[in-house]
Design a protein around this ligand. Sequence first.
Ligand SMILES: C[S@@+](CC[C@H](N)C(=O)[O-])C[C@H]1O[C@@H](n2cnc3c(N)ncnc32)[C@H](O)[C@@H]1O
Length: 356
Amino acid sequence: MKIIRYPNTTDRSLKPWSSADELLLEQVLGQNISEKKIITYNDRFGYLNCQLHQSDVLSVISYKSQEKAHKINRENNGLMLDDSHFVNPLSSIDEKFDIVLMKIPKSVNLFELYLAQIVTCIKDDTVVYCSFMTRHFTKRLLVISNKYFEVVEQSLAKKKARLLILKKKKELKVNELINKLSLGDGQILNQYYGVFSAKEIDQATQFFINNLHIEENTKEVLDLAAGNGVIAYTIQKQLPNCKIHLIDDFYLAVESAKLNLKGENIYFYHNDILKEIEENSIDLVVCNPPFHFEYETNIEVSLRLFKEVSYCLKQGGKFQMVANRHINYGPHLERVFNKVVKVMHNEKFEIYKCIK
Ligand SMILES: C[S@@+](CC[C@H](N)C(=O)[O-])C[C@H]1O[C@@H](n2cnc3c(N)ncnc32)[C@H](O)[C@@H]1O
C-alpha cells in the first residue's frame, strides 16, 4: 500500500507515518477485527484508515487537509470512501466502538478534547490505544488519562514509540472544553481546546494587532489562517460594516471563530486553500501564517497560501502579515507581490505589507 502526504512537501525527512502509527496498527492486526468497530484519532494522512480498510473504521477528522489526505490515499489504493466514514471532534457519536486508536497530538488540550469524546462512544470493555514517540512524552498525558480512565498502562518502547493503554472509562460529567483568552478592556475570546495559543493571545499576533493599519475605505477583508479569529475580531471592532472572511484548516479553530465573531457580513470557511474566495475580490488579507504542524516545522504551506492570496486580492490590494524574524519571508514575498515593505519589527517579530 502506498501512502503519501497531502499537502506534499519537498522536505524528504517528513514522512506520512511514523513508528507510533505502526505501533497502533500492530495492536489490532493481532486481533480478529472483522467484527469489531474501530475509531481512529489523529490519523494524519490516512495510514491507519487505509491499512484497516477491511474493518469498520470511523476516522475523527480535525483538519480539512487531513480529510483530503485520507481521500487521496484511499483513492490511490483503489479503496472506496464516502463521507460517512468521517466525523469531527465535536460530533456526538451514537455508535459504540470496540477499539480506539489515537496518535497523541502535540497539544495536551487537544488530547483531552479527544478523550472527552471517546468516553461518550465506547463500551465498558473497550481498550483505547494512544501512541506517541517517547521523546514527546509529558507527565500531563498521564494526568489527563487518569481523569478519564481507571486504568492507565504504558507499553514498552518499540522503535522509539510507546503506548498509553487506557481501560475502564470513568463516569464523569465533562464541561465544554473551551479556553477563555483576555483581549483587555474586558473583552474575552473563546476557543476550543487544541486551538493555537491556548493561554493568551500569541505574542506575534498581539504585536500585529497593536500595529495594524486599516484604511477607512476597506470593504472586504480575509483573515487567513484565522485560528480563534482574533485578528478579524479586532478589524470588526474598527470597521463593523466591513465584509470579513475567515479561513482555517483546523475544524476547532473555525468553530472557535464562530463563537467570537457574529454578523451577517462574516463568512467562515473550513479549508486549507482559498478556493471559495473570488478572484480579485479582497482589499486586505491579514495573516499570522502557520509554520508549526504538530512537531514539524515547515513554511511550504504558507508559501503556497501567499500565491493564492495574490489571486484573491484586488489590483492594489494589500497583504499584511506578521512573522518570527528568523524565518525571513521577505524574498519569498517579493516573488509573489509587486511591492513588499517591512513596516515594523521588534526583537522577535516583523510585520510585512505587500501590495498586489
Ligand atoms: C500561527 S496560527 C494563527 C492563528 C490566529 N490567526 C492567531 O493569530 O491567533 C496559524 C493557523 O493556521 C492554521 N492553518 C494551518 N494550515 C493552514 C492552511 N493550509 N490553511 C488555512 N489555515 C491553516 C492553523 O490551524 C492555525 O490556526
